[in-house]
Design a protein around this ligand. Structure first.
Ligand code: ZN
Ligand code: ZN
Length: 660
């Protein structure tokens, strides 16, 4: 039995109906599946009410921000982040829900859940379920949606997909499903043709709550003798009674319905629907029924209305009395405008969106079962306990980092496990192993692969696997984060045609034969950092300088996330002078290289936060790491050129050069 947990946030009806639609679709596709809907923000749970009361105000304040991505500003996202950070009680409740539900797959319809889930399973801990996010925006995705590590995103249309892509989500993790309307829309297909010159025009009028002037509006529509109107009064019995009385004499032309669950059929057999820009916009689109929007209040509704305009599947009127006029125009000139809307609807209509999402989720739920049942994996209980919000990693702290390290997979002297212990014992917080991978198209690349100075093409997968395995041990034993990286060697015949590029925190191998901009794009697709290694003139025992990126900085500065401001003993003033984002690394090949420049970052011990600090050039400093007291362990083979006084040992010291 597959266990699916749907997380919804009941800020509006949209969320609840989307959650129910997804549940219906899952149950159609797999009647044995156990599907549960959880709304952490609902007050149905007694014990949860007081918490809600305390957070409600902040929720209502930020909720509209979630849905207004198309006009959001960066500081709104920061605000959202801060609010999310305060939700430790929500986090605890969500952890409990995971323990109880033991889901194979979690479907989220709000960005807040992705962020909470990331907090629960942080520091590279394996999340014991797949996370699928259903992006409920229609114009563009607010960056809040992809700030979490969702396995997959379903979006309603191409423009939302495009915005996610722009925010760095890989194309392979985005599915365009359409807006998940109820699966019943996929079952009822009936294509209405345009009314002939004297044919009846069937108009569906949906009353939104508190609308007093409905009678007048219907009368205006009936002004055209060809109009036939169906009014859905909803859950307003008084209004319905009043309308029934008012149109008593015109029963053949007006039908007054109360609450109905036949909306799919109604939309299918009416030429036009008039209503507010809520969920019905998506249902009308699914049913290929052009819509005239007569009301939009919330940011979400405004976005829906804008989408109706953009996709030319209907019209938006400012005043309700313009609706009747708009209906007339739709059927003018042999219904030319109506037929345009219909044509566009056929392109936009995706009535099976929820079923598509369900298919994918059920497939993924199966796949992950193997991981969950694996006894070697730490049990969910322990995982959740260890990820308690009180863990030290959740607080900002000064983190000692080294993002440029070579193992014996290329020309380093230590194995990956040896490196983990070497750095772990020295109290490092975050390291990235970055073995060389040479461009096979270049002669020097071929040579170095033959002499085992770089990763062999057939070793790359294994390299990723080994680091992945060691990553967990490093955390267990040292609370040290380990990232997988690659140093892409693009060696030409001269220093000006040579470049070394670090890909930091990669999830999978990247073809070394790609050119530099494309390699950088691949790194970004994986959420990694692209950093220029030793980009400036330096003293090196390893060969010539690599100046190509620096010489072409107009092209590469906008593409790169950071530059090495220091590499081992070399420090590059120009990088600092240009105020470029920077890090400092050992470029460690041998144990003694540990005594060199390092990066310090003041933030939470969390890979995503660390990377974000580097990208933003925020809370990053460099330090010269020395430990003279134990330096005898690694005798210095090369002569110092600095005066003796500069080398006077003063015990263990960190000389910090802070930067802004
Ligand atoms: Zn290098
Ligand atoms: Zn290197």
């Amino acid at each position: 039995m597959k266990k699916i947990l749907i997380l919804t946030a009941g800020f509006d009806d949209d969320h609840h109906s989307t959650a129910r639609n997804l549940r219906d679709a899952l149950e159609i596709k797999d009647p044995c599946a156990r599907v549960e809907i959880l709304d952490l923000f609902s007050n149905s749970n007694e014990a949860f009410t007081s918490l809600l009361q305390r957070t409600r105000q902040s929720l209502t304040q930020y909720a509209p921000l979630l849905w207004s991505g198309w006009r959001s500003r960066p500081d709104e996202n920061v605000l959202l982040e801060r609010k999310a950070a305060g939700f430790s009680q929500l986090q605890a409740r969500l952890e409990k829900a995971f323990l109880l539900a033991q889901p194979d797959c979690v479907l989220s319809t709000s960005p807040i859940y992705g962020q909470l889930i990331d907090k629960i399973f942080k520091n590279h801990r394996k999340r014991p379920f797949r996370l699928v996010t259903v992006v409920m925006e229609i114009l563009a995705a607010n960056p809040a949606w992809n700030r979490s590590s969702s396995d997959y995103f379903f979006v309603p249309n191409e423009s939302v997909a495009e915005s996610l892509k722009k925010n760095g989500v890989p194309v392979s993790s985005i599915g365009i499903s359409g807006f998940p309307v109820n699966p019943v829309f996929a079952a009822t297909r009936m294509d209405l043709t345009a009314p002939g010159k004297n044919g009846l025009r069937r108009i569906l009028y949906l009353v939104h709550s508190g609308k007093k002037k409905t009678g007048k509006a219907v009368e205006r529509l009936l002004g055209n003798p060809l109009a036939q109107v169906t009014v859905v009064a909803g859950r307003e019995p008084h209004l319905r009674a009043k309308l029934l009385e008012r149109f008593e004499g015109q029963k053949s032309r007006v039908e007054i319905l109360g609450w109905t669950n036949q909306l799919a059929e109604l939309l299918r057999n009416h030429h036009l629907v008039i209503g507010k820009a809520g969920h019905v916009v998506h249902e009308a689109a699914a049913a290929c029924c052009p819509i005239i929007v007569n009301h939009a209040e919330t940011a979400q509704e405004e976005a829906n209305a804008q989408w109706v305009r953009n996709s030319a599947i209907g019209e938006v009127v400012d005043k309700n009395r313009e609706a009747a006029e708009m209906v007339e125009r739709a059927f003018d000139h042999d219904s030319a405008r109506w037929m345009d809307w219909q044509r566009n609807l056929k392109k936009a209509s995706r009535p099976d969106a929820a079923l598509q999402v369900a298919d994918w989720v059920l497939k993924e739920a199966d796949r992950d079962k193997a991981i969950i049942l694996d006894p070697a994996a730490s049990p969910a209980q322990e995982r959740v306990m260890r990820a308690s919000p009180r863990q030290p990693g959740a607080q900002p702290q000064m983190l000692l980092c080294d993002f440029h390290i070579h193992s014996n997979y290329s020309d380093g002297s230590m194995s990956v496990p040896e490196l983990i212990d070497f750095y772990g014992e020295r109290g490092f917080d975050c390291i990235c192993i970055t073995d060389h991978l040479a461009d096979p198209r270049r002669l020097l690349g071929k040579l170095s692969e033959l002499t085992n100075l770089t990763l062999g093409a057939n070793q790359v997968e294994e390299y990723f696997r080994v680091i992945e395995r060691e990553r967990e041990r490093a955390w267990r034993r040292y609370e040290m984060l380990v990232m997988t990286g690659i140093e892409f060697n693009k060696d030409g015949l001269t220093s000006k045609t040579s470049a070394h590029l670090l890909g930091i925190d990669l999830k999978s191998p990247i073809n070394p034969a790609l050119d530099l901009p494309e390699t950088i794009a691949r790194i970004h697709e994986q959420g990694g950092l692209a950093v220029a290694s030793h980009p400036h003139v330096m003293k090196s025992e390893w060969g010539k300088n690599t100046l190509y990126l620096w010489e072409n900085q107009e092209q590469f500065a906008p593409l790169l996330d950071a530059w090495e401001i220091a590499n081992r003993d070399n420090i590059f003033n120009d990088i600092g002078l240009k105020r470029l984002p920077f890090i400092a690394n050992s470029d460690l090949h041998k144990p003694r290289h540990i005594y060199s420049w390092k990066t310090l970052i003041h933030c939470e011990k969390d890979p995503e936060v660390i990377k974000q600090c580097i990208r933003r050039n925020e809370h990053v400093a460099i330090t010269l790491y020395r430990d003279f007291s134990s330096s005898r362990a690694f005798p210095e083979p090369h002569a110092f050129t600095a005066p003796a006084a500069a080398r006077r040992p003063s015990g263990s010291s960190l000389l910090m050069a802070a930067a802004n």
